[in-house]
Design a protein. Sequence first.
Length: 218
Amino acid sequence: MTLDLRCYLVTSGTGRRTVEAAAAAAAGGAGMIQVRAKSATAAELLELTCAVASAVHQAQPAARVVVDDRADVAFAARRLGAQVHGVHLGQEDLPVAAARALLGPEAIIGLTTGTIETVRRAEELHDLLDYVGAGPFRPTPTKESGRQPLGTSGYRALVAATRLPVVAIGGITVADVASLARTGIAGVALVREIMDADDPELTAREVVTALGRPPARR
């Protein structure tokens, strides 16, 4: 399976702007869209996920949509026929094995990491996971992880500790992408850089160009 993690959008907000920005980013080359709305109810998140999935599929059918944290919402969206492909789990969410059992062998499952210990634990689940997110790259107001910022230099050891593709996240801008690409990461996850952009499609295209490599195979 080719999993295009090069430009990975994590959404913010719950309104029409969120849906439109996700679709624009997909049109610009964002291969992964994670629907994240921490304050939304399960019902609100399901509605948003289905709306994003529909818009993204129309803009770029090859793009993949996953739900942040909520394997149950991903399952419900898939049962409704939405073009939703899996879930991105945090360390305190449903265990990876349980999410895999719920969503099936074809679903995409990612896991948040950010330390060598969490990456090594993820590697032990290599057969159940498709990628890991690792951060923060720098401190960010959108998520307080409690982990020390990795900076560019912190990613090489994490990449070396796992066979899974590693996606960098945490306050990353387009200007950071070229230096991060040299660490061996599979891609970068962006929130504000795309969601707050005047032209999300152009920003996504710039990220893919800056990364300068074909999509990873998984």
